[in-house]
Write a protein that binds this ligand. Structure first.
Ligand code: AKG
Ligand code: FE2
Length: 287
């Protein structure tokens, strides 16, 4: 594992809005995570089958933190947590987390946005509602679990210094103003690890051909912000968690929202139908 100077990383994020921590997680650990999630990333989460939830051109691994202790250890990595706590001048907790695969698409496109906001599930209207909080200061990290040629994360360098002055969450309308500051993490190998101030304007670069991109995402929020998503763990992994890990994983805390995304029934039906059609097509083979 590469070692990092935390104060240097902190000042890089203060200056640019992001820092490169590639090398923090070993390639063996990434290999291990990939082998543990592989089967589940290839079947919809349904009726006891552990798999993914589909949302647009993305597949999100349900119960992400239950697949291996290695995953918990990435989310609670000591260097990462120390950096996040120094950066936000507060204790931090994991408020949002996911492992997901993004497929190239003509139809779906992520908009330029910020994540210094509170996400809450509205049980009346069955949807997530978001409220931007200018005072919310923390880090998101993104680690590639696959080699990424295109469709990588894009960040607007330095935008964390001015984005809070705008009363909006989406920034597509300002792209002409900031296009020279865009930094794109394309053509990067698995293990690429970027931490950014989540008030930095960013998105996943839209792309419509080439490789599927698989990533691990975690949002580390200061303790003054709400708890966030439910954290579901496997009892196999609980022994030996440190006090710090328990703090980051919200032990004893009530979640303030649900895990994002909630799948649409028609998405599930279409993947189940494809499975059924395939079974029909090949049934003679399996008799
Ligand atoms: O996948 C990416 O590159 C960015 C993800 C992101 O911005 C988000 O989920 O909020
Ligand atoms: Fe985001």
């Amino acid at each position: 594992m590469k070692s990092f100077d935390i104060d240097e990383l902190k000042s890089t994020i203060e200056k640019d809005g992001f820092a490169d921590l590639t090398g923090l997680i070993t390639s063996n650990c990434i290999k291990e995570i990939n082998s543990k999630i592989e089967k589940a990333m290839n079947q919809p989460h349904c009726n006891g089958a552990r798999g993914y939830i589909k949302q647009g051109c993305q597949r999100y691994l349900a119960d992400t933190l239950t697949y291996g202790k290695e995953i918990i250890d990435v989310y609670t990595n000591e260097t990462l947590i120390e950096l996040a706590e120094k950066y936000s001048s507060d204790k931090v907790h994991l408020s949002n987390y996911r492992i997901y695969s993004t497929y190239p698409s003509e139809d779906f496109k992520m908009w330029w946005h910020l994540d210094n906001k509170i996400d809450t599930y509205d049980f009346e209207n069955n949807c997530f509602v978001q409220e931007v909080v200018p005072d919310d200061k923390g880090l998101i990290f993104l680690m590639y679990l696959s080699d990424v040629e295109d469709g990588g994360v894009q960040l607007v360098k330095g935008s964390h210094k001015w984005s809070r002055n705008h009363d909006c969450e989406g920034f597509d309308h300002m792209e002409n103003d900031f296009h020279k500051e865009i930094v794109t993490f394309n053509n990067r190998p698995k293990g690429t690890f970027i931490a950014y101030d989540y008030a930095t304007i960013h998105r996943a670069k839209p792309y419509n051909g080439g490789q599927v991109r698989t990533s691990m995402f975690g949002q580390l929020s200061p303790s003054r912000m709400p708890v966030g998503e439910p954290i579901l763990l496997n009892t196999r992994d609980l022994n030996g968690l440190t006090k710090k890990q328990k703090q980051v994983l919200n032990f004893g805390q009530e979640p303030s929202t649900l895990n994002w995304p909630i799948g649409e029934i028609n998405e599930l039906c279409s993947s189940q139908k494809q499975k059924f059609d395939l079974k029909e097509k090949f049934k003679n083979l399996f008799r």
